[in-house]
Design a protein around this ligand. Structure first.
Ligand code: SF4
Length: 476
């Protein structure tokens, strides 16, 4: 049966010879639909154009509200609606629907290199690999086509990705006792400061523009994360100043959910500093720690125009060392002391504005004090996200995938999709994955990207051997 529990929105005259009992067949007697199960012409293979026209006709028959219940349809009747959309070529409609309806948390990492070298990075962010043919940056035209195609197919379907994602997230998170808004990220194992793409004419497109493209396609706000950068890196400094300026304008804030500075006592630079400390080389320890503090202070200072915006925050991550002394270099006390040094240095930086008379942000002592306190207020989130076991998992994740499925070898497609909080991940070559903090599942979806046949950097956690087949909703 094609239609399940859906009322027909079009009206017909009372004296019409179309009755309620045969109204469903009204669709199939339409000339463009005549090759379906009930047909005067008999079944024949439809051309792509005919399938497209049929799908558009079907969508036209339903109001916007009802089309959002697309789960109630037999989706094969919308096959063809993707006609002419480049990145969806070779995908079936159920695969495209899977993409559209799982965008509540989506990562489209346009770059997959990171120089952070954090030992506890759960996605193993690492610098650009040399001597490899694996790509680690998305092609700009692929990214543009992807966002254009989402926009176009949503228009054809009257489909609101953001509304669907919100509904799904609310359902998914109910049992966890918290609620989260849909969000998108242009990073996965990379730092936001390195987000840019070059088009075929050599023009560079940076985070605000790329994020806007994804936002306009999905209606889902973006997240930006950085662990800081060296102030002497003028390219990154300029890029970040432009970004802050863009999001400090109220009219652009609808596009962004969070701009986060991550303060991690286990950042690669701090890890190096700790190595020196443990060897008793206090001079090198102090130098490295100062480097880290200066990077974070510079990032916070650069973000000053955002201190009054809800989207801006400083995420501090600490481990629990009460159960395992190995985490003493990453615990709350370390974080608090580090934060005290950071705030003092930041305050001095604002004061410097006053003393040097450039008045960039602070015009007097009181303003310097006020800005520093506002920044402290932004640091109120202390995330204890590393427990000894979690940390063990993180280290072992990289070698040996912690696996939900390993413990549930008979897990089904629905188990994976419904019992976990999942993120949709689109790799730089168009391959699509589902992941959470501990696991990564490859799907049968590969977008028709220019780079679809290229290898990419290894993703972490290592993908599970079983593949999610979104075409027929199986997990093999
Ligand atoms: S900066 Fe972020 S992505 Fe990069 S290594 Fe550190 S935690 Fe991983």
């Amino acid at each position: 049966m094609f239609i399940k529990n859906i009322s027909i929105p079009f009206t017909y005259k009372n004296n019409s010879n179309i009755s309620d009992s045969n109204i469903n067949n009204r669709i199939f007697y339409d000339k463009k639909l005549a090759t379906d199960t009930v047909s005067f012409k008999g079944n024949k293979e439809l051309s792509d154009v005919e399938k497209y026209e049929r799908a558009i006709d079907i969508v036209d028959c339903f109001s916007k509200k009802q089309i959002q219940n697309m789960d109630d349809f037999d989706q094969k009747h919308l096959e063809g609606i993707q006609y002419g959309l480049k990145t969806f070529e070779d995908l079936s409609f159920p695969q495209i629907y899977f993409l559209l309806s799982n965008m509540g948390e989506i990562s489209v990492p346009v770059v997959r290199d990171c120089s952070g070298m954090c030992p506890a990075c759960n996605v193993n962010g690492r610098p650009k690999e040399r001597n490899t043919d694996a790509i680690s940056r998305m092609d700009f035209e692929d990214f543009k086509n992807f966002t254009d195609d989402i926009k176009e197919i949503s228009r054809r379907l009257n489909f609101d990705c953001a509304a669907k994602s919100l509904e799904k997230l609310i359902n998914d998170t109910k049992e966890y006792g918290y609620y989260t808004m849909p969000s998108s990220a242009l990073f996965y194992d990379s730092d936001g400061k390195d987000i840019w793409l070059k088009d075929e004419n050599g023009k560079i497109h940076e985070f605000p523009e790329l994020n806007k493209m994804l936002y306009e396609a999905t209606g889902i706000k973006g997240i930006f994360d950085t662990a800081g950068w060296a102030p002497r890196n003028t390219i990154v400094q300029t890029r970040m100043e432009k970004l802050v300026n863009y999001y400090s304008k109220p009219e652009n804030q609808k596009e962004i959910d969070q701009i986060n500075i991550s303060l991690n006592p286990y950042h690669g630079i701090m890890e190096k500093a700790n190595e020196y400390k443990n060897k008793g080389d206090i001079t090198s320890y102090t130098r490295m720690k100062k480097t880290y503090i200066n990077n974070i202070v510079n990032a916070m200072y650069t973000c000053t125009p955002l201190v009054d915006s809800d989207c801006y925050q400083i995420l501090i991550k600490a481990a629990d060392s009460t159960q395992d002394n190995r985490f003493k270099d990453y615990d709350q006390d370390v974080c608090i002391n580090l934060l005290k040094e950071i705030i003092k240095t930041l305050f001095d930086r604002y004061l410097q504005d006053v003393q040097e008379g450039n008045y960039k942000y602070a015009k007097n002592f009181e303003e310097a004090q006020m800005l520093a306190s506002k920044q402290v207020a932004k640091c109120s989130t202390l995330l204890i996200n590393l427990t000894p076991s979690a940390k063990n998992n993180i280290f072992s994740t990289i070698k040996d995938n912690y696996s939900y499925v390993k413990n549930k070898p008979k897990a089904s497609f629905n188990d994976v999709m419904q019992t976990k909080l999942n993120n949709l991940l689109v790799d730089v070559n168009g391959e699509v994955y589902i992941n959470n903090d501990h696991e990564l599942f490859k799907t049968d979806i590969c977008l028709n990207f220019k780079n679809k046949n290229k290898k990419t950097k290894q993703l972490y956690p290592l993908p599970n051997k079983r593949i999610l087949n979104t075409k027929d909703k199986t997990f093999n």
